[in-house]
Each structure stands twice: as C-alpha cells, then as structure tokens.
Design a protein around this ligand. Structure first.
Ligand code: S0N
Length: 273
C-alpha cells in the first residue's frame, strides 16, 4: 500500500497510470498472473508511456508491477499463439518490442521499481529501463530457451552491455534465477532495499533526478543510447541538438528574416572555435 498521494491520470483495464509531484507511475496490474503481459497490457503501457512523454509536468517515469510478488513475468503464455500473443482482435503480436523502443526513446529517465519476479520479457523490460531499484525479494532471469522463445534484440545485446558477454550468455543459456544481491553484484540493478522501503527509495531517486536540468538529462539519455542504437540513436541525439538550436537567437534570426521577407543577418553571431 503506497503512502504517496498518487492520482489516476487515466483508467485502464490491465495497468494503473498515476501521477505524483512530477512523477508518472505505470503499474502492470495483473498480480494473479505475476503481472504477465497480454497485447492489451502492452497497448495500455504504450499509450501511458506516450502520455507521460507528452506531459510537461512529468520529469521521470516509474515502471512497476502490482503487489510484492512480481514486477512482470513476461508474455502471458496462455494467450501465446501462432506468431505472437493473441489479443481480443485475434491478431498475433509481439508489441512489447515497440514498448522497449519507447522506454529507450522517451527523453526522460525511466526507473524500474522491482519487487518479486522480473522474468522473461518482464526481465527485459527492467533491463531497458534507465535505472532499476530492487526490493530484497526480487528475482531476475530469462526463460526463453525453456519455454520456446528468445529476445535477440535489447534482451540479448543490451543485456550484454549491462552485465558483460559471458554473464549475458549464462543468463540466457542456463535460464537460472538470480536474487537481488546477485543482480546488484553483476551491475544488473542500481540498488537493493528491503521490500517495505522500495517505494520510498524509488521516490527519493526520482526527487534527486527531478532537481536536475531536464535538458541535460535528456541529452545524457540520448548520448548513452546513441552508440548502441546506430542511425536511430544518432537521429535522436541530432534531434535534440536541433531542439537546442531552435532555442538560440541565431536560429530565430533565420525564421524571423523569412517571415519579415528580409535577408538574414547571421554576422552578429559568434563563430566558436
Ligand atoms: C514468474 C514465476 C517464476 C513465478 O513463480 P510462482 O511464484 O511459483 O508463481 P506461479 O504459481 O508459477 O504463477 C502464479 C500464477 O501466475 C501464472 N503465470 C505466471 N507467469 C505467467 C506467464 N508468463 N504467463 C501466463 N501465466 C503466468 C501461473 O500460471 C499461475 O497461475 P495459476 O495460479 O492459474 O496456475 C513463474 O510463474 C514463471 O516461471 N512464469 C513463466 C515465466 C515465463 O516463462 N515467461 C515468458 C517468457 N517469455 C517472454 O516473456 C517472451 C516475451 C515476448 O513477448 C517476446 C519478446 C521479444 C521476442 C520474442 C518474444 C517471445 O514471446 O517469443
């Protein structure tokens, strides 16, 4: 039970989406299934993530699961069909891959608040978050080769950047589970706290982040991503450079000159070394 005054931003069927003092919280709300996700869960998370991105009040996003038993146990195997997970429209999807991209591209830090199991596709979700804070009951692992699936995208390559090639291969090839201390030791999470302190600790990290320069945070996130994300990473970083340029008098001179039907005067601006 949270002691913070979260207010609901929008009602959903399989997630909760709430706001408190600059923080958006997205909670997978299927505790009876250890917070396994269906196509609808992912669709709702995706919409909430986009709303959090567009909301100028929001400086940081928390991703979590309802209850103490699980952050997320991955794709709901009971709706896994021929070519993906089957939703109400009977179409098979792997839409969690789009959500992973959104988590990486939202220009605000995303913190995974992990109690209980972070397994399979649920483990990948915490891996792609910028920061992971774990309760002491957290357990981490991949199950793909055991249940007939694999995530060869961020779930493999980015995991290897986080914990190293040997450890990432061990995690996927053996499908073992790791406790919170083991996760901390391999650099898979940033901090481990007693379960009852998990939300307090996460909010404290959010508040420290919210004190910082939003543009500096945005540029840092894009910079960390750029190398691994290739052309898409460069596009994000370059887009942010354009955003900054748009804020300058130099760029405004170009726009103003066009609107005033005159020749732009860029001579007044410094030619930095
Ligand atoms: C999480 C585990 C270890 C918890 O064990 P515990 O505490 O003993 O609880 P259980 O009794 O096992 O579970 C309680 C109830 O919850 C149901 N449940 C749990 N997890 C799932 C799940 N993933 N899907 C459906 N139901 C689930 C249990 O069945 C039980 O229900 P009842 O009480 O009715 O019996 C343990 O539960 C566990 O190991 N779970 C399975 C973990 C797993 O293998 N997940 C799937 C891994 N794969 C993915 O996530 C793929 C994701 C994906 O979309 C993808 C992405 C990119 C590329 C490819 C893919 C792809 O799918 O292939």
């Amino acid at each position: 039970m949270s002691t913070y005054n979260w207010t609901s931003i929008r009602e959903y069927r399989e997630i909760k989406f709430e706001y408190f003092e600059g923080i958006a919280k997205i909670t997978i709300n299927r505790p009876h299934k250890r917070n396994a996700f269906t196509p609808l869960t992912v669709k709702e998370m995706s919409e909430a993530m986009e709303l959090a991105r567009q909301d100028e009040r929001v400086g940081v996003v928390i991703l979590t699961g309802e209850g103490p038993d699980a952050f997320c146990s991955g794709g709901d195997q009971s709706v896994r069909g021929h070519g993906g997970y089957i939703g109400e429209d009977a179409v098979p999807r792997l839409n969690v891959l789009d959500l992973q991209m959104q988590i990486r591209r939202i220009p605000k830090p995303v913190i995974a608040m992990v109690a209980g199991y972070a397994i399979g596709g649920g483990h990948v979700l915490h891996v792609v978050c910028d920061i992971s804070i774990a309760a002491d009951n957290a357990r981490f692992g991949q199950t793909g080769p055991k249940v007939g699936s694999f995530d060869g995208g961020f779930g493999a390559s980015y995991l290897a950047r986080v914990v190293g090639q040997k450890k990432a291969r061990e995690i996927w090839f053996l499908c073992d589970q790791y406790n919170a201390q083991e996760a901390l030791d391999m650099g898979l999470v940033n901090k481990v706290v007693p379960l009852e302190q998990l939300e307090d600790e996460t909010i404290a990290w959010c508040r420290k982040i919210l004190e910082k320069s939003p543009i500096a945070l945005r540029m840092l996130k894009a910079s960390f991503n750029a190398e691994l994300d290739g052309q898409a990473g460069i596009q994000q970083l370059a887009g942010d450079a354009t955003l900054l340029y748009y804020l300058s008098e130099e760029a405004k001179e170009g726009k103003n000159a066009f609107l005033e039907k005159r020749k732009p005067d860029f001579s007044q601006f410094p030619k930095f070394p």
